[in-house]
Design a binder for this molecule. Sequence first.
Ligand code: FES
Ligand code: FES
Length: 154
Amino acid sequence: MPSISLKMNGKTRTGEVEGRTLLVDFLREGLGLTGTHVGCDTSQCGACTVHVDGMQVKSCTIFAVEADGAEVTTIEGMAEPDGTLNKLQQAFQDHHGLQCGFCTPGMVMSLAKLIEETPKPSEAQIRDHLEGNICRCTGYHNIVKAALAATDQL
Ligand code: FES
Ligand code: FES
């Protein structure tokens, strides 16, 4: 089996994968990073969103071997090393941006990328950016509020 090496949340991690192994399966089963969720089999829900070399990627849409040598950030890499939530995560907590929480890792990873590129996104930009992330609890309103709060617009 091919061996791959990634810079995962700042640390080098290696593992053996089959050519057909999806990145999300390698993260969850190979590396134990179960914060990245699988909510569909059709690349629609966004629960598996991570950052690969600075790009927002649905990790069920690429093979693990395609990420060989890449820098990958998952939800586990978002908080401070001592566990303190980052500003966006804290805003989700403060504004009830989650109900069951299943979509939350993908929402946070998606919004983090938006905020990195657009530090003060409008509500319309936030809603547009979340087009690829489904919240089956339909908690969108508070998710948008959390994003506005995290960017000091609430
Ligand atoms: S599990 Fe990847 S988009 Fe749904
Ligand atoms: S909080 Fe339940 S799916 Fe979004």
